[in-house]
Design a protein around this ligand. Structure first.
Ligand code: HEM
Length: 441
């Protein structure tokens, strides 16, 4: 993935990293993200409309959908417009070149896994005459060219004084870091800005898509949680549930996704339970002590968010269960640093607020139109978690989406199915105990 991420803030070190972080921070402030929220909503509404077309095309009320691919396209289009003012429109055009550049990376066949394994072990792997290497370099060229075009465009708009009309992260950063004659100034050279665009593109779409995908999977597994969340959304945003009003955008500026406490709990719990970035590697630049152990300079430290997010000492004895309500009664031993999904401190995720707002918007929009249910004909995606920077299921996430016109009946049906599954598990558990006893007699 690193060739696609560019040499931006993600790979910068020391003072250079601190300076870049300071220059980029205004673009990711809470007020900047709030201003971008209408873009999130428009793309979310488009996604739900396109799913409705899919149902209409086949004249059905429900359909199995591989949601992860759709979500990756939606989040790519969102980072394109909110991040750089570019409309990739991969929701309408799945084969758009920029989409293909990333798609190749997430193929999990045996060759791709071997190739990825080699790359993680040695930098020399990139020189091997393999088809996968040529494809990776072709993808890199595509992303690099696009990022260069974006920065050229912003610079020329800065010159013609039209950049101030643009509301996107990179326009704001170019404005803050360029002189009146359009030249980029200080630490933000043309190459640095181009690499930041590559970093935001790479770090900012598949992570959130995986987060939303896993959340919808968990909501399908726990229908009562899904119902409770849908009720909260309906209470706060009834217009979303009315086919006549949901497309009327006059409500866009009035809503605040952060005012839904249960939605907040569901998102945090899903990101805790299955963190899209399950671990990260850091290189210690100076010697230090960690829990009484000496860590010399130059040590490679692996930070396992997926483990820390489930340590019973911080999360309680039921740390291994998905339970959004836990956030209302965390154990006294809990500390904010135990939630490692976005890391913390100077290397923590700069796009956290962006990702949270995007995730909440897409969930509200989709849950107001569809009821999601596990598709028993495919393997449980939790069995096939695969890691390539983000944690994704090998075959994507396929769920049954029901248009919510059949809601009352469908909700009752899914709740009954859930109860019968729970009952079955209970009965199986009960019979597990008497068996050894029977053997003793
Ligand atoms: C659910 C979604 C996301 C998750 C779980 C996530 C997680 C993370 C994590 C764990 C890191 C630290 C990586 C490391 O140091 O090795 C990180 C860094 C970063 N993330 Fe995110 N991220 C998400 C979404 C986003 C979005 C939407 C953007 C941009 C729009 C973004 C931009 C970045 C950048 C630029 C860094 C590097 C920060 C630095 O080194 O100072 N992320 N992210």
């Amino acid at each position: 993935m690193f060739p696609l991420l560019g040499n931006g803030i993600f790979l910068a070190e020391g003072n250079i990293h601190a300076q870049q972080r300071k220059a980029l921070a205004p673009g990711f402030s809470i007020s900047s993200i709030k201003a971008l929220s209408p873009i999130f909503w428009r793309k979310a509404l488009l996604l739900s409309r396109l799913w409705q077309f899919e149902l209409k095309k086949e004249d059905v009320q429900s359909k199995s959908i591989e949601i992860l691919d759709w979500l990756s396209r939606a989040t790519l289009d969102i980072i394109g417009e909110a991040g750089f003012g570019a409309d990739f429109d991969s929701l309408h055009h799945p084969d758009t070149p920029i989409r293909q550049a990333y798609q190749r990376f997430f193929i999990f066949d045996n060759w791709s896994r071997l190739f990825h394994g080699l790359h993680s072990q040695t930098r020399l792997a990139r020189f091997l005459p393999m088809k996968a290497n040529y494809e990776l370099m072709a993808s890199r060229r595509r992303v690099l060219n696009l990022a260069s075009e974006i920065i050229c465009d912003k610079q020329s708009k800065r010159l013609s004084q039209t950049l101030s009309r643009e509301k996107n992260i990179i326009a704001l950063i170019v404005r803050d870091n360029s002189t009146s004659n359009g030249k980029l100034s200080g630490n933000m050279t043309f190459d640095t800005m181009r690499d930041q665009v590559m970093t935001f593109l790479g770090a900012g779409h598949d992570t959130t898509a995986a987060g939303i995908g896993w959340t919808l999977h968990l909501l399908s597994k726990y229908p009562s949680t899904q119902d409770k969340l849908r009720r909260e959304i309906q209470e706060y945003m009834p217009f979303l549930f009315s086919p006549d009003n949901r497309e009327d955008e006059s409500w866009l500026s009035k809503i605040d996704e952060d005012r839904l406490p249960y939605l907040n709990n569901v998102c945090r719990e899903s990101l805790r339970y299955i963190p899209p970035v399950p671990f990260t590697l850091q290189h210690s630049t100076a010697g230090d002590q960690l829990c009484g152990y000496r860590v010399p300079a130059g040590t490679e430290v692996t930070i396992c968010s997926n483990t820390i997010n489930r340590v019973p000492e911080y999360w309680g004895t039921r740390a291994d269960e998905f339970d959004p309500d836990r956030w209302d009664h965390l154990p006294e031993t809990h500390t904010a640093s135990a939630y490692m999904t976005f890391l913390h401190g100077p290397r923590g995720c700069i796009g956290k607020k962006f990702a949270e707002t995007e995730m909440k918007t897409l969930l509200c929009c989709l849950l107001s139109v569809y009821i999601f249910e596990i598709d028993d004909s495919v393997d449980d995606p939790e069995k096939w978690k695969m890691w390539k920077i983000t944690l994704r299921p090998r075959d994507g996430i396929t769920l049954k989406g029901h248009a919510s016109g059949v809601s009352a009946f469908r909700m009752a049906y899914t709740s009954l199915r859930f109860l019968s599954r729970e009952l079955e598990a209970l009965v199986l558990n009960f019979y597990r105990f008497p068996l050894p006893l029977a053997n003793l007699l």
